[in-house]
Design a protein. Structure first.
Length: 407
């Protein structure tokens, strides 16, 4: 299908595709087994400027938007969903930092984000605050020109590898959701340590850790937006980041098919290739159709989002205001419903495709030395993180009901 990508976007996809084939595939089995991110992969991403795809040239990016980022994530995920994550998680942690930052904060933080010199991570989830983000317990008490942070965060992707963490805290517990604030906390800050390393089902090449804060002092200058604006920033971030999860899911689904179809063409049963059986062909047709439908949903969304996003970025660079404020001035729409739809459909598709690919390939696909089982393990998380698919359905339904109530 032709989605009307620019020449640069086509080149980005091709570059990521080559990296996936030449660099990620040879490393994916060992990285999955060792549960460790090979830093040579990060260096490849830095050298290819993949961390700056969605950031302006003024800060060292390529001047693209959400579409450029999604294209790279999709292509890399075809080889390995876990090894593709450093780009995605750094963007997730960096989006609120970029969109809510003042001009001064952008100058400080964004060049290192765009170059990949510093990897960002997003820290929201806690033991009692997963789907209910408003239930977080990590506190930040203002003392002079700094906050004192206490609490912990669970299941944080890119774990100890990241350099800067966008952390959701409560600066006023009595205000509930309106008391949530975002702080940028750097690795190495006194009082900030790592707790448990998680052992996971999938995306094992991307380490996941607990973050622990004990009387951790964070400068007020590291706050994004005003106190109590954190939940709004989180919601806005997810509107723009969930298509990235959808793109990861698409890549995982496509990767599973890319391993399965060649095998079915060479595997013979009853004297003929398995791919010649009509039942198998019909199943492949259904799976491929769902993947293509997911791609249409993702890129029709990201291309529409970028019209607003890129204009807001341009205005913010000219005015010195935050990208968030410029989006408000443009009176742009919220993309909550469509972003939720893209994540819901593509992640469910990825899980279905990967599971069916195992069925199609048979016993060999259950073995660790055949790559299809890994796609199924990696697919599962796309139904869970950045809001479970139950939450996505809630978001979609709420938006629909509101639309009809408004007439």
């Amino acid at each position: 299908m032709d989605y009307g990508f620019t020449q640069l976007q086509t080149e980005i996809a091709q570059l990521a595709r080559e990296l996936a084939e030449k660099k990620l595939k040879p490393l994916r089995a060992k990285a999955d087994h060792d549960e460790k991110l090979p830093m040579e992969v990060v260096e490849e991403y830095r050298a290819s400027n993949l961390f700056g795809l969605w950031l302006p040239e003024q800060y060292g990016g390529t001047g693209g938007g959400v579409t450029d980022l999604a294209l790279a994530i999709e292509e890399l995920s075809k080889a390995c969903g876990g090894l593709a994550l450093p780009i995605a998680t750094s963007a997730l942690g960096g989006m609120p930092a970029f969109m809510w930052a003042t001009a001064e904060q952008r100058e400080k933080w964004i060049p290192a984000l765009a170059s990949g010199e510093k990897l960002f991570a997003f820290a929201l989830t806690e033991a009692e605050a997963g789907s209910d983000a408003t239930a977080l317990k990590t506190t930040a008490v203002l003392e002079g020109d700094h906050y004192v942070v206490n609490g912990s965060k669970h299941f944080i992707s890119t774990g100890e590898v990241a350099d800067v963490y966008t952390v959701a805290v409560t600066t006023n517990p009595k205000r509930g959701a309106r008391g949530i604030t975002l702080l940028l906390i750097e690795k190495g800050t006194p009082g900030f340590t790592f707790g448990k390393k998680e052992e996971k089902l999938g995306i094992r090449a991307n380490t996941t850790y607990e973050l622990v804060f004990q009387d951790c002092k964070v400068p007020v200058a590291n706050r994004l937006g005003g106190e109590g604006m954190g939940l709004l920033a989180v919601q806005e971030t997810f509107d723009y980041s969930r298509p990235g999860v959808a793109a990861q899911a698409l890549g995982i689904a496509e990767g599973a098919l890319n391993e399965t179809i060649p095998y079915l063409r060479t595997r013979k049963q009853f004297g003929q290739p398995v791919s010649s059986f009509q039942a198998i062909q019909h199943k492949l047709a259904d799976l491929a159709t769902k993947v293509e439908a997911g791609r249409a949903l993702v890129y029709s969304l990201t291309l529409a989002m970028d019209k607003d996003y890129l204009k807001a970025v341009e205005n913010a660079l000219a005015s010195g205001a935050s990208v968030h404020d410029e989006l408000k001035k443009l009176k742009t729409r919220r993309w909550t419903k469509e972003s939720a739809m893209s994540k819901l459909f593509c992640s469910d598709t990825a899980m279905e495709v990967a599971s069916e690919c195992i069925n199609l390939c048979g016993g060999i696909a259950y073995m660790r030395d055949f790559p299809v089982e890994k796609y199924m393990r990696d697919a599962k998380i796309t139904q869970i993180y950045e809001g479970t698919n139950h939450i996505q359905r809630n978001e979609i339904a709420a938006a629909l009901i509101k639309e009809y109530a408004a007439g």
